[in-house]
Design a binder for this molecule. Structure first.
Ligand code: KIV
Ligand code: ZN
Length: 516
């Protein structure tokens, strides 16, 4: 079955809402959310399981790293259309075309700003020049791919007559999707709906109208839902609502609103496998280190927690009294106690399948060994522990340095110290250092051993599941040199300091493997 845009006799399926996921592009523009290629591939494969229609894998011209990540994703995903963003410039479009070339289904997404404020102050171009540039960009993109999307950046603050004019011109040049972003998240739902309605009626069947709403006023999802009612048939969104500044419209909220309120969105549907929503949200949170707020709709930790006695009583009598969505619908069954030290490989493998992981035998074996080690340290193993273990396992950072042993001592009135043994090129190197706090001492001794000085930009610790013996997940962001971009590292361990050391070494290994 074709899973991307469905055309029937050259007419689009009017009830299908195309889900265009931009977690790997706009989502990565969230402060602190940069990801390495391996991490992006894991997210891309999970987005494929989730069933998105189009995945914007990045902005190919932005950096060689972005290009490489898009290119690797294009080689690995099977059913999803892979898109790259590009400004309306030949060099950007060429980079986008080259990066997505290996994909079975490809799209180039090109854009230029159309609002008076952007055209005058940013582009310093007259409206006629903007139209000319847009048309040339679409024509050039069409020389590489059939499927070209054009975005009117800052459409939310553009004149509707100009939007009509430029959209007419790019559709004649071959654009199949017209995206109308509310780039600065300024509009209210009824205003966005008016814009979408006018443009949908004007464009008719000539192209699909898409929206891309930012959340600066907390209205991204509301604006997206209003746009669907007004005729938009593609929505651009991100997992957990990640994105530039206050973020983009959250995929999970849009999808569950359409599903839950099928009375309002009658006949409209998405192809999202909703049972994969929770796993996708967890993967993105774990890779970026950005946890959704606890009260975040659909995927927040408290989204299905009923605290008050009255609510609990109602739930016991009839779940629908206080529940409009079931945790199972998004694959977030209660964080049940799952397996213990007596569980065998078979039960473990079953659990992985149940949680949506598709691992080969070698990966299952490695994850199983880690699970057994964890069972010795932790009494109760929860679904989230298994998810964290496996995500840690499948993101393969080359192991240039590996920690063998760590011992620390801290003193609340003075310096703390750390002694570490690290394996490098088959040799064990040991050293010790003092620091302002234990984590600082650990990072200093790793710097000394590797002879690479890192500057810690961010450090986050979270508990993976519940209990005093919960696994600690540490995420660090480290810059190894003043002109170097920061690298993210993750560490998972029952001991927070060991998790910190692993996270720092993993950032170091990512950096060193990029330098090779
Ligand atoms: O917000 C925006 O306008 C964008 C476009 C480049 C699509 O992200
Ligand atoms: Zn955007």
């Amino acid at each position: 079955t074709i899973k991307y845009i469905k055309f029937k006799d050259n007419k689009m399926d009017k009830n299908k809402i195309i889900i265009f996921d931009t977690t790997l592009r706009d989502g990565e523009q969230s402060p602190g959310a940069s990801m390495n290629t391996e991490e992006k591939i894991q997210i891309a494969l999970q987005l494929e399981r989730l069933g998105v229609d189009v995945m914007e894998a990045g902005f190919a011209a932005a950096s060689p790293g972005d290009f490489d990540a898009i290119n690797q994703i294009a080689k690995q995903v099977e059913s999803i259309k892979v898109a790259s963003l590009s400004r309306a410039l030949e060099r950007d479009i060429k980079a986008a075309a080259d990066a997505i070339a290996p994909a079975k289904n490809r799209r180039i997404h090109t854009f230029i700003a159309t609002s008076p404020i952007h055209m005058e102050h940013k582009l310093k171009m007259k409206p006629d020049e903007v139209i000319k540039r847009a048309v040339e960009a679409v024509q050039y993109a069409k020389s590489f791919v059939d499927d070209v999307e054009f975005s009117c950046e800052d459409a939310g603050r553009s004149d509707i007559s100009f939007l009509k004019e430029i959209c007419d011109a790019v559709v004649n040049a071959g654009a199949k999707t017209l995206n109308l972003p509310d780039t600065v998240g300024f509009r209210l739902p009824y205003e966005i709906a008016d814009m979408v309605r006018i443009m949908s009626e004007y464009i008719g069947d000539r192209a699909i109208i898409s929206v891309h709403n930012h959340n600066d006023l907390g209205l991204a999802v509301a604006n997206t839902l209003a746009s669907i009612k007004a005729g938009a048939r593609q929505v651009e969104c991100t997992i957990n609502g990640l994105g530039e500044r206050a973020g983009n419209a959250a995929l999970e909220e849009i999808v569950m609103a359409i599903k839950t309120r099928s009375d309002e969105f009658s006949g409209l549907y998405t192809d999202i496998v909703t049972k994969e929503i929770y796993a996708t949200s967890r993967l993105v949170a774990s890779i970026t280190g950005i946890e959704p707020q606890p009260n975040k709709a659909i995927v927040g930790k408290n989204a299905f927690a009923h605290e008050s006695g009255i609510h609990q009583d109602g739930m016991l009598k009839c779940a629908q009294t206080y529940e409009i969505i079931k945790a199972e619908d998004i694959g977030a069954e209660k964080n049940a106690l799952v397996l213990g030290k007596h569980s065998g490989r078979h039960a473990f493998k079953d659990k992985l399948v149940n949680l949506g992981f598709d691992l080969n035998d070698e990966e299952v074996n490695e994850a199983f060994s880690k699970f057994k080690l964890l069972c010795d340290k932790k009494k109760e193993i929860f679904d989230d522990d298994i998810r964290a273990l496996v995500s840690d396992e499948i993101i393969k950072i080359p192991e240039i340095y590996t920690i063998e042993t760590l011992s620390t001592s801290s003193c609340n009135s003075g310096h703390s110290s750390a002694a570490i043994s690290i394996k490098f090129n088959g040799e064990i190197i040991s050293d010790a250092a003092l620091g302002n706090g234990t984590a600082d001492a650990i990072f200093k001794v790793i710097d000394r051993i590797s002879k690479v000085a890192g500057e810690l930009k961010d450090y986050k610790v979270s508990a993976v599941s519940q209990g005093k013996d919960a696994l600690a997940k540490v995420t660090v962001k480290v810059a190894f040199g003043p002109s170097e971009p920061p690298f993210i590292g993750h560490g998972l361990d029952i001991d927070t300091m060991m998790a910190s050391a692993k996270a720092y070494v993993s950032a170091l290994n990512s950096y060193l493997s990029m330098k090779k």
